[in-house]
Design a protein around this ligand. Structure first.
Ligand code: XBP
Ligand code: MG
Length: 262
């Protein structure tokens, strides 16, 4: 029997639906401000999400969609500046309360704290984006709720590589067997699984059609009292929402991981 000691959360798509109405809009604002006629539609952005990390995404976009583009003053510096501007717009949107948390997130985090579980974040997004979201959408003190916030360039190989989860586990000084990851996308799930973590997937908008093979449990959202989650794959022992008791049960569920869905 494994003792659940820590929960490790992804941010984008997991804590909040940050992509279509958040990061995407902020990227487009930064493009316009830089005098670029680039526009990432909701559909195109869904394709671009295959590349994790904002700077990496811009680089991929230039290579594949704007191959003639010549960056003034060097490509790396240009991308870094463009990405910084985008994060500024994103922070403004978060501060304006435009990015609410997904159902059940605050409830679960409070309950986990009360139960004495340790909390950590393992994310591809930049640290300033995480802090803005926690402060404005969760609680002014929410940054301190998390013992470890592993974010952005703290590792070079971003998700789906396992590096960010390895980093987080090392910082927590815990084996994967005593932790659960909470993710929303296939890239995030791959990263957590490759670090040996059992993973609960709370599927985000853009990840609706992904196949979460290897996950332990897949739900449409974490659930609230009066707003039961729908179980998409796996077993939650009859629970209507993801709570600490359910997560303890999930960690010790002997069933094999979810096979690829049709
Ligand atoms: C999230 C991402 C991030 C955000 C933007 O992936 O890929 O790049 O889209 O954040 P995950 P930055 O949820 O799997 O961590 O622009 O700060 O990189
Ligand atoms: Mg995510």
């Amino acid at each position: 029997m494994s003792d659940l000691q820590a929960l490790i959360f992804d941010v984008d798509g997991t804590l909040a639906d940050t992509e279509a109405n958040g990061h995407r809009v902020a990227f487009n604002k930064a493009f316009a401000e830089a005098g670029l006629n680039w526009h990432w539609s909701v559909e195109l952005y869904g394709d671009l999400l295959a590349v994790t990390g904002g700077k990496e995404r811009i680089f991929y976009y230039i290579q594949n969609y704007q191959p003639q583009f010549i960056a003034p003053g060097g490509l790396d510096e240009f991308i870094v500046a463009l990405h910084r501007a985008k994060n500024g717009h994103y922070a403004d949107m978060v501060a304006a309360g435009e990015i609410p948390l997904r159902p059940g997130v605050k409830r679960l985090l409070l309950e986990a704290q009360q139960a004495g579980l340790r909390l950590a974040i393992a994310t591809t997004t930049s640290l300033e984006n995480v802090e803005a979201l926690l402060e404005h959408s969760l609680d002014p003190d929410a940054v301190s709720w998390f013992e470890i916030i592993a974010a952005g360039d703290v590792v070079t190989a971003k998700k789906p590589a396992p590096d960010i989860y390895h980093y987080t586990l090392a910082a927590l000084n815990l084996p994967a067997a005593n932790c659960l990851a909470v993710e929303d996308s296939m890239n995030g799930l791959r990263s957590a699984l490759a670090a040996g973590l059992k993973t609960v997937v709370t599927v985000s908008d853009y990840a609706r059609n992904e196949r979460f093979s290897g996950a332990t449990l897949v739900v449409d959202q974490l659930g609230e009292p009066g707003q039961a989650m729908t179980i998409l794959a796996g077993d939650a022992n009859g629970a209507a929402m993801i709570d600490v008791e359910t997560l303890r049960w999930v960690l010790n569920d002997e069933e094999s991981p979810i096979a690829e869905r049709a």
